[in-house]
Design a protein around this ligand. Structure first.
Ligand code: GLV
Ligand code: GLV
Length: 328
């Protein structure tokens, strides 16, 4: 009798969402809802698995592919895939899929919320009132920065960048962007203007980072870049922590090179509470929740499920990352 394909999922996902898999395949999940799967467990599972459904904190490297003799697909529940060694996966003939599109709007919403929270000091203000510190009206009480009619500079005009630009247009912002390729449609529809990296850094009131983490973008934002920003600038990062030199960011915030930062991502996640960044009042920090809405996370799970179902039943994957991959 032919063995049913085996699918391993590195986090506990709802039965209803993974039903298309459990109906056809043997499925096992890492049951812990808090802790990521330990590497040795992932390797043991990869040995047996035809498909892996992985999460952002899982390091899916060559070790996983080399033991995964039956492994055909890794479906990573994120749009970013810097936790997966794409080059090695391709060499081992393994399809890697991500979850683009379904998370675009939710992530853009959160990015814009972070921009607004930073500009208007929402976190400080919310804390202020709950700590019973509101004694009097004061013309400079928790004074912030305007958002409307200011200049937003978007680094990385992918789908999420475009969705952020759309929100910025609704706030009558002046929109600059820098990207590997130009986006004529976005320029036309939203009045976004393509500029060089330097121009964007120098002219923006809000520098919003949405670029994927690659060897090119790693450590792209350093102290010399912060020094070129306006002193009133607010830096927002909703892409990946290592795009920014975090020590330099702390220095830029402490010395007033920039006015504030809104961060959903960090060099090392989870960031600890005693990290110097978290001691600064002009930092709004969130625990990597860009796509974290019930609707969007469910949709992301479904995209992973659909990709695995497709590949294990001999159909092409739906959101393939490594385009060089060929179903052997
Ligand atoms: C989250 O950061 C993602 O890449 O989906
Ligand atoms: C990825 O980060 C995107 O902008 O689509």
């Amino acid at each position: 009798m032919r063995m049913k394909p085996y699918v391993y999922i590195t986090r506990k996902l709802p039965e209803a969402v993974i039903k298309p898999l459990t109906q056809q395949f043997n499925v096992n999940m890492w049951e812990d809802k808090e802790e990521p799967v330990p590497k040795e467990v992932l390797l043991e599972e990869a040995k047996k698995a035809d498909a892996l459904l992985t999460m952002l904190p899982d390091v899916v490297d060559e070790n996983v592919f080399s033991v995964g003799e039956k492994l055909k697909i890794v479906a990573n529940m994120a749009v970013g895939y810097d936790n997966v060694d794409i080059e090695a996966a391709t060499r081992y003939g393994i399809a890697v899929c991500n979850t683009p599109d379904v998370l675009t709007d939710a992530t853009a919403d959160l990015t814009f919320a972070l921009l607004m929270a930073s500009a208007r000091r929402l976190e400080e203000a919310a804390r202020f009132i709950k700590e019973d510190r509101w004694k009097n009206w004061n013309p400079y009480l928790l004074i912030g920065h305007d958002i409307h009619h200011k200049t937003i500079g978007i680094l990385g005009m992918g789908k999420i960048g475009e969705a952020v630009a759309k929100r910025a247009a609704g706030f009558d912002m002046n929109i600059l962007y820098h990207n590997r390729s130009r986006k004529p449609e976005t320029e036309q529809q939203l009045g976004a203007k393509y500029v060089s990296f330097e121009e964007l850094i120098e002219q923006s009131d809000f520098v919003v980072c949405l670029t994927p983490l690659t060897e090119e973008t790693r450590n792209m934002i350093t102290l010399s870049v912060f020094k070129k920003m306006k002193q009133s600038a607010i830096f927002v990062n909703a892409s990946r922590g290592p795009v920014v030199n975090e020590q330099d960011l702390v220095e830029a915030l402490k010395t007033g090179e920039i006015a504030g930062a809104g961060l959903d991502v960090f060099e090392k996640e989870p960031i600890r509470h005693n990290h110097p960044l978290l001691k600064l009042d002009n930092v709004v920090a969130l625990p990597h929740i860009g796509s974290s809405t019930i609707e969007t996370r469910t949709a992301m799970m479904k995209v992973c499920v659909d990709n695995i179902e497709a590949v294990l039943t001999g159909k092409p994957p739906i959101t393939l990352v490594n385009k060089a991959w060929q179903n052997a």
